[in-house]
Ligand binder design. Sequence first.
Ligand code: COA
Length: 279
Amino acid sequence: MPESDVLGIENIPLESSSPSGGVISVWTINRPDKLNSLNSEVHSAIKSACKLAESNDDVRVIVITGAPPNEPPEGKRSKPKSFVAGADISEFSGMRSEQARPIFDDNSWEAIWNLTKPTIAMIDGFALGGGSEIALSCDLRIATPQSKFGTPEINLGLIPGGGGTQRLCRLLGYGRAIEMVMSGEMVSGEDAYRIGLINHLVEPDQLLLKVMEIAQNLGSKSPHTIKVAKAAVRASLELPFTQGILAERDAFCALFDTADKEIGVNAFLNRENAEWKGA
Ligand code: COA
């Protein structure tokens, strides 16, 4: 997979992968001097990485994270740790709606959201604005207590534009989402865990370990069945309840015609590990 300066990509082999050759693709947004903020180069690198990951059957799980701070020059303070501190605000100065529209119509948040494979945000530091929206576009969020989440766009005379108002509301409910969006205030890692904004709260020295443990587990499932599972849960965001139940039943019944259902059921009955076909 091609790598750009602003997006490092490392593919880590799955310990237990069937079909064989599966990898966890770890994407590191790499602009630590600007707190990994999202400029147009990062957006296009993420969009390309999403296209390639989607078309590469070996990629089973995607982890997105931010690069740690560089060593500061002599006598200067270190920059703070960041997942992503938002869109690159310097690109907004003087920008009018005619320029903003095409950028936001074809954006990296939606590209991540539309991935059919499991996605995990690994967060240690600021996840603000567009950064919180990258995290919200992932399926799971694993973060350290020192991390800070927020949608501070209100302080720039803006609102979230990467799906934040909608995803935050679906995840947290109206009461918490409206307060975050209108106040622009930050929420600590502990509070983010308490209100359900993140799935797991982990100390910094355990973060990678925990994320890899979760990614290895997700990567050990049938790549086909896990896509169906993701799509079925996603349908609940779009469909009225009874239609959602019917959509689930359709997806569930269709799985009875797959090789992986037979493989999974027989592996259980024979007390063996399932060797998935991915179909
Ligand atoms: N876009 C562009 N540059 C950003 C940025 C962003 N979203 N967030 C931080 N930076 C840059 C700063 O301009 C600074 O650059 P410099 O060292 O070349 O001057 C560098 O990153 C470090 O940030 P700094 O503000 O000095 O760090 P801090 O520890 O004092 O404050 C934050 C950290 C996160 C509180 C502060 O940077 C901030 O509020 N960032 C903007 C967050 C935001 O509004 N995001 C939503 C954007 S839509």
